[in-house]
Ligand binder design. Structure first.
Ligand code: DX5
Ligand code: ZN
Length: 219
């Protein structure tokens, strides 16, 4: 497909050193993936708007904000205003996804739609023309470090066919368990954008880990 993008997930970084951890992948990574969780949509709590606002000043990397929160219509545009390059929210949490996409674009960011492990993609294909990115979870959303679920790549294949036949300008991102041994299958299924937390920040040299992932995805 298109140019492949690697987005390290800051969720796997040392939260006491977020600025340094972001800078550690500058020059190697394309985007920085920022996982926002609210204890409600998922049973975990991570970082929110104040941290995104502060971290925005600390790195040149574009932010790929992944909102795992209830009421995205209420909160999503604030992340765009905080300088996120892309803001992705969950289909399961939204009553009118297209309206949120329009709000995000009006607020200056790109718009992403995420589908969790148990959500089929078919019901959302007709909405994709309003989005810049589809995030297909390859785990159940909520925690880093989980095992990759290869059966979820069928959703990537379905989305890829829809995007190619409709000539849509849409990135297809995978998130969860993406690592050196799983990224090639993701690329083969049609993903062009790859989130990796543990595989990057669990490595001794995060920038080198990003370069290895990119090489595996392109192989
Ligand atoms: C989990 C997050 C992921 C997470 C991935 O819900 O959306 O972005 O950071 O972590 P790994 O790469 O360790 O599975
Ligand atoms: Zn994520």
């Amino acid at each position: 497909p298109e140019h492949l993008l690697i987005a390290p997930s800051i969720l796997a970084a040392d939260f006491a050193r977020l600025a340094d951890e972001a800078r550690a992948v500058e020059g190697a990574a394309d985007w920085l993936h920022v996982d926002v969780m609210d204890y409600h949509f998922v049973p975990n709590l991570t970082i929110g708007l104040p941290v995104v606002q502060s971290l925005r000043k600390a790195t040149t990397l574009p932010f790929d904000c992944h909102l795992m929160i209830d009421e995205p219509a209420r909160w999503a545009t604030a992340y765009a205003e905080a300088g996120a390059y892309n803001v992705t929210f969950h289909a399961e949490a939204a009553t009118d996804p297209v309206a949120i996409a329009k709000d995000l674009r009006a607020a200056g960011s790109r718009a992403g739609l995420a589908i969790d492990r148990d959500t089929p993609v078919e019901g959302y294909l007709d909405l994709l023309q309003h989005f810049d990115l589809l995030l297909v979870m390859t785990i159940k959303a909520g925690f880093g470090g989980q095992a990759f679920l290869p059966e979820l790549l069928d959703k990537v294949r379905t989305a890829r066919r829809h995007v190619d036949t409709g000539h849509l300008e849409l990135r297809i991102e995978v998130d969860g368990g993406v690592a050196e041994d799983t990224i090639a299958a993701c690329a083969e299924a049609g993903a062009d954008t790859f989130v990796a937390g543990t595989a990057v920040y669990g490595a001794d040299d995060p920038a080198a880990a990003v370069r290895k992932l990119r090489a595996r995805a392109a192989a």
